[in-house]
Design a protein. Sequence first.
Length: 79
Amino acid sequence: MGEINPGEVFGISALIAPYKMTASAITSMPCLVIQVSINKLHALLDHFPGLSCVFYQRALQTIKERLHYTRIQLAAARA
């Protein structure tokens, strides 16, 4: 469980094989959520390699930040 801030994404697990959504969300305030078809997203990224590069760089940055936060939580739990 974690908190997603405005402008952040969730559901990143659906971007890589086996392309399964493993996240769900509950909002604490009204918000706008955009649902994207993974098939249409992959087609778009295949068609525009530059967009694909930027998209996956942002996705990797998000994963890196979440992994860092998880490590901090684990270290705090062990202390």
